[in-house]
Design a protein around this ligand. Structure first.
Ligand code: SF4
Length: 332
């Protein structure tokens, strides 16, 4: 095989140059990426799925901290999968949502996923109580916390560190982009440097660290996607979750879409972005998902392809395979 060992960034999404590595897809159940389900299976010896719950009630953006505003893509439920039960007792949420995910994924072991709003933007005592309730279930093998990278007190890091001595604790930080202009455009209220600092603090506490990224920004290009993958490779993260920027009802993005100032990317272009990202992503970093999946499709305005979960997923996989892409193919 002819290998170009000169690392380059190619503006074309078609065939970036770099050093090719062998595809470990055989060990990924045929997937062209390292799925997080495999990490869970290897760690716990069985299939494990997440139970999304909501314990936080708001976030710094919604409270206007430092003049911040709601992120342009975020709905009133703070990105929660089961808004109908938001506000229910945590124990009831776990019981109800556990049944849903157990039936859907045929699983018997679970991670409680503190998903909605900013989980660390509340009294630590409430988060501690949440962990206690979650871990009181015999079939719950750990906790996953989603939060902002700039809302991490030393006290909360100490608490997670202590918990990690006795159970699995994973922290997922809403980074979304490492481009400061995009972060401003989406009104995140934090910078890329703050995200990196947050990642480093969580990892330095010995915690499993993941990040969420969104693709489909108006100013996005191939070079930026490659740089994002390379930055991920250099950071102490173990997993990444990908979303496509989509328009939900009652979000700041809705009027922008209506007036034509925002147009979501189509499935072909999004799939190209994912393929390019995977090509350059280290095979050591597990991937949660390749695009947004939500149970609230009644709120979806655009793009329509996001509505068809399995069809979209298969479309992305087909495009990745057709390009000959797979995670780590051009990782150097
Ligand atoms: S994405 Fe998170 S930080 Fe942004 S408005 Fe929604 S809940 Fe708040």
């Amino acid at each position: 095989m002819q290998v170009d060992k000169t690392p380059q960034i190619n503006e074309s999404a078609s065939e970036p140059a770099g050093a090719l590595v062998a595809a470990p897809v055989a060990s990924w159940n045929g997937k062209p990426y390292f799925p997080i389900s495999q990490v869970y299976k290897e760690r716990f010896g069985t299939k494990v799925v997440k139970i999304p719950v909501s314990v936080a009630e708001t976030c710094p953006n919604r409270e206007g901290i430092r003049g911040m505003q709601t992120c342009i893509f975020c709905d009133v439920h703070g990105s929660f999968a089961y808004p109908d039960s938001q506000g229910d007792e945590l124990r009831d949420q776990i019981l109800n949502h556990r049944k849903k995910v157990a039936d859907r994924f045929n699983a018997a072991r679970f991670l409680v996923y503190f998903q909605a709003y900013t989980t660390t933007f509340q009294q630590l005592a409430k988060l501690k109580q949440g962990f206690e309730t979650a871990l009181s279930f015999d079939d719950v093998v750990g906790c996953v916390v989603g939060t902002r990278p700039d809302t991490l007190s030393s006290a909360v890091l100490d608490f997670w560190k202590e918990q990690a001595q006795k159970t699995y604790v994973s922290i997922e930080l809403g980074v979304q982009s490492f481009d400061d202009d995009q972060l401003i455009w989406m009104r995140r209220g934090h910078t890329a440097a703050q995200s990196i600092k947050g990642i480093e603090r969580v990892a330095a506490a010995g915690l499993d660290t993941g990040i969420h990224l969104i693709f489909g920004w108006p100013t996005e290009n191939s070079k930026q996607i490659i740089e994002t993958a390379r930055l991920c490779n250099d950071l102490p993260i173990t997993n990444v979750k990908l979303h496509n920027l989509h328009v939900l009802k009652h979000t700041p993005l809705e009027p922008m879409y209506a007036e034509g100032s925002f147009k979501p990317v189509d499935l072909d272009l999004y799939s190209e972005r994912v393929a390019l990202f995977l090509d350059h992503l280290s095979p050591r970093i597990a991937v949660h998902r390749l695009a947004a999946l939500s149970s609230r499709w009644d709120e979806l305005i655009a793009p329509d392809w996001t509505r068809h979960k399995m069809k979209s997923y298969q479309g992305i996989i087909d495009r990745v395979n057709a390009r000959g892409s797979y995670q780590g193919r051009l990782f150097t």
